[in-house]
Design a protein around this ligand. Structure first.
Ligand SMILES: C[S@@+](CC[C@H](N)C(=O)[O-])C[C@H]1O[C@@H](n2cnc3c(N)ncnc32)[C@H](O)[C@@H]1O
Length: 216
């Protein structure tokens, strides 16, 4: 099995997500995502009622309940995603819950502009799916107010020999599913750009949440 990763173009990625939109929950099981992972990641943002938060790559809206809970009815939750198939499902979640303070936008994340400065931005399992992730990270920091928080939550290869052993299977699986490039190490991109960088690992290092604060 190959261990190289060749980037896909944005149209290919968007079409893939349109096709797999109904499979996100089964993928969570397939990829052994810890049950409390989403809740924990949102807790690490440290949101308070009334704050404004953006999820980059909000997908079918699996993190929206936690984000909405954290900012309450007086806060605002923004979501951006470029897959109409994924967003249709997220819009269904918002409508079924009757949330009026969630605004979802169909756009490439690198082009997204929020209508107001943000207190927090989260990449929800999305950073490694974006070949232009450095540009998206720069945009995310631009959207934050000084002192705003940024969180990246995702899966990763476990450390050491375990990671090297699973790499070929991981590449194969990613190419056939969510197109996340396992060679990318987002925490190394984020750490030099923010204050108070911190990172936590879960499930033997196969999931992580890293975070930091935008410099003033
Ligand atoms: C693995 S899914 C995660 C979805 C959701 N955050 C979750 O936790 O279930 C990655 C999401 O990122 C979106 N995405 C990938 N590249 C993107 C881009 N360039 N601009 C906007 N969204 C993008 C995909 O459409 C997909 O919905």
């Amino acid at each position: 099995m190959a261990i190289q990763w060749a980037d896909y173009d944005l149209d290919f990625i968007r079409r893939r997500y349109d096709r797999i939109a109904s499979l996100i929950i089964p993928f969570e099981w397939l990829l052994f995502m810890p049950t409390a992972f989403r809740r924990t990641a949102v807790e690490r943002i440290g949101l308070t009622p009334g704050e404004r938060v953006l999820e980059i790559g909000c997908g079918t809206g699996r993190n929206l309940p936690f984000l909405r809970d954290a900012v309450g009815p007086t806060g605002r939750v923004y979501g951006v995603d470029f897959s109409p198939g994924m967003l249709t499902r997220a819009r269904g979640v918002v409508a079924r819950n009757g949330w009026t303070n969630i605004q979802l936008t169909e756009s490439d994340a690198a082009d997204y502009r929020a209508p107001e400065p943000l207190d927090a931005v989260m990449f929800g399992l999305s950073y490694n799916t974006m070949p232009h992730h450095r540009a998206v990270l720069a945009r995310a920091l631009d959207l934050l107010r000084p002192g705003g928080r940024i969180v990246i939550m995702d899966a990763k290869l476990p450390p050491g020999i375990g990671g090297r052993l699973v790499l070929p299977f991981s590449i194969w699986l990613m190419k056939h599913t969510v197109l996340g490039n396992p060679h990318i190490r987002p925490w190394e991109h984020l750490a030099p750009l923010v204050d108070d960088f911190a990172m936590e690992e879960f499930l033997f290092g196969s999931y992580y949440v890293c975070r930091g604060v935008k410099r003033g």
